[in-house]
Structures are given as C-alpha cells and as structure tokens.
Design a protein around this ligand. Structure first.
Ligand code: PBG
Length: 316
C-alpha cells in the first residue's frame, strides 16, 4: 500500500464528473416511496408540504402529479370518518383507504400502491391493536383485525402491504391469507419521539400510555435482528428499519445479516428537523435532504420511505 505523497486521495475529487464516476452510493427517485394521507377532509401543510392530508378525490390528482415527476411508489395512510375500540374503519369495505385504492387502481395501473397496515389511526384509544380489560394491547386478538385490514387492502387494489403494528406473529398470519402479495414488514420499529409530526397529521397519538410495550427500545440492535429474523421466517418479502437517521447502525447490521431487500423509513420527525433548520436559515434544505437520503442508502437501505420523495423528484 502506497502512502502520501504517492497517494493523494484528493485527485479523484477534482471535478464533478470524476466524483460522479467514483461515487459508491446512488440515490434515485426509483429508490423512494412517497407517503400519502387520505382523510375525509383535505388539510394542506405549509410547514411540512409532504405531509398534507388528501381526500380520495385529491389523492388521485396528487398521484397524477407524482407520476409526472417520476415518483412511482406510494404508501397510503388513512384517517377514518369515525374511530372505535376495534378500529373497524381500518377494514370496512367502504373505508377511506379502500375507496382511495379503488380510485387509484382504476386510474393508474402503473402506480405501485402500498398500504400501511395498522389500527392506530382507527382506534378510539389510538393504540396499534385492541386493548383488553387489563389495559394491555392484546397481541393475538389484534392480529386477526390486522390481517383482516391487509386482506381488505389487497381486495381493493393494494400491490404491497406493510404491517407497522409490531404485534408478534402478524406477518405469518398475513402470509397465510395472502400467499401472492408482497409483504414489507416494519420489522424493527422503535418507540421513537421522531413520529411526532406524523401523529399530528394522522391523528394517531395514543390516548393513554405509550407504545413502548410493543415498539422497540431505542437501545437495542441485537433485538432488531431477531425481529427481522422472525419476520423473514414468517414470510416477509422485505424488511424495514424505522426511524432511519438515528438508526443507521441498525440498517447496516440488518444489511450485513440478511439478503432480502431492505427498506428504511425516513420518518416525519427527521423531515421536520431539517425543514425547521432550513426555515431558520441554518442550512440548505435541498443539500441536507440529499445528504440524509444518501446516508440512509449508504448504511444499506435499498428503498427509502420519505416525505421528500415528491420534492426530491422536482429538484432534479
Ligand atoms: C402507524 C405508523 C406510525 C408511523 C408509520 N406508521 C406512527 C406510530 O407508530 O406512532 C410513523 C411515521 C412517521 O413518523 O413518519 N403505527
């Protein structure tokens, strides 16, 4: 191995073309999934434009624009008309997501339609499963409802279902009912403060307690790999780590251990942090966003769920 002065690493940084040629990590709109919120009423979001609420009607227009910009994959989140203890709005045939899926499926056969499968936006208590008499989120009772939700999404036109509830065994139960549907498991989903803006927009904050009884402890990485292992054994086609930026080591560990396609969710708080810093004049949003997304890809993610997907596509 030769050293300085024979070796000068700056030689390959001299021009943009050289840097493009030797860059180890690529970032393309093909790698990105745009989250979309579908609600009974629209609610634009000036501060966080990627987190607006759409109606079934306006989400169709939004997808038309996304496709025009080159964004070909979306993940849908729903806000129901009303909430109840069991989150029935998640699986009813005329639920907001089911109606959105039918409208989008008919209009855009080429658009990849993913859905988030969870009960928290639909339950009156805001937890991701059903709550039993002792006030605990009941794992096995929740699975039935979560599977029912996934099946209703597929019947309405979803291409891919993404369970985000963190109940044990939900991927296997879903796989049994949906032998031909790709499942992207939110495998290692941490109990994170970075979901704050999402819970405002999706109206899904828990009414009591928190999610630490089912989402993962931020201190753990070996446990994250066990979560991934379980989901793979149960039939997941892809695994996902969430959040992304504070958990790049977890993404790397999962990449090194498993050969399935790996996703990462660049969550609402990560997006909001950069937006707030940019609005304060502390950094350049475009450069910072591209740096964040590149870092997530460099850590090992193949696909990134990000509220920047649309803005990213329009920047190029
Ligand atoms: C549903 C769900 C959440 C997010 C994705 N799916 C919220 C939560 O677990 O509280 C968060 C996404 C984000 O913050 O961007 N369970």
């Amino acid at each position: 191995m030769s050293a300085f002065p024979a070796t000068r690493l700056r030689r390959l940084r001299r021009t943009a073309v050289l840097r493009d040629l030797v860059r180890e990590t690529s970032l393309s709109v093909d790698d990105l999934v745009m989250p979309l919120f579908v609600a009974p009423e629209a609610l634009p979001n000036e501060r966080l434009p990627g987190m607006a609420r759409h109606t079934v009607y306006s989400v169709v227009q939004e997808c038309e624009e996304l496709l025009r910009l080159g964004v070909k994959s979306v993940i849908l989140f729903g806000l129901p008309d009303g909430k109840d203890e069991e989150g029935s709005g998640a699986w009813v045939e005329d639920g907001v997501i089911q109606r959105a899926l039918r409208a989008l499926r008919a209009r855009f056969p080429e658009l990849l339609l993913m859905t988030d499968v969870c009960l928290c936006e639909y339950t009156s208590h805001g937890h991701c499963g059903v709550v039993n008499a002792s006030g605990d989120v009941d794992n096995d009772a929740s699975i039935d409802l979560i599977v029912r939700t996934a099946v209703s999404h597929v019947e309405a036109g979803a291409d891919v279902v993404c369970p985000s509830d963190m109940m044990d065994g939900r991927v296997g139960a879903m796989r049994e009912q949906l032998p031909d549907t790709p499942i992207i498991a939110y495998s290692a989903k941490y109990a994170s403060a970075f979901y704050g803006p999402f819970r405002e927009v999706a109206d899904s904050a828990p009414e009591f307690g928190d999610r630490r009884g089912y989402q993962m402890d931020p201190g753990n990485v070996r446990e994250a790999l066990r979560e991934c292992e379980q989901d793979i054994a149960e039939g997941a086609d892809m695994i996902m780590i969430k959040p992304a930026l504070p958990y790049l080591d977890v993404i790397r560990a999962a990449r090194d251990r498993f050969d399935l396609p790996l996703g990462a969710y660049n969550v609402s708080g990560e997006y909001a942090m950069v937006k707030a810093a940019a609005a304060a004049g502390d950094l350049d949003e475009r450069v910072a966003a591209i740096e964040c997304l590149t870092a997530i890809r460099r850590a090992g993610a193949d696909l990134v769920f990000t509220y920047w997907a649309k803005e990213f596509a329009s920047w190029r």
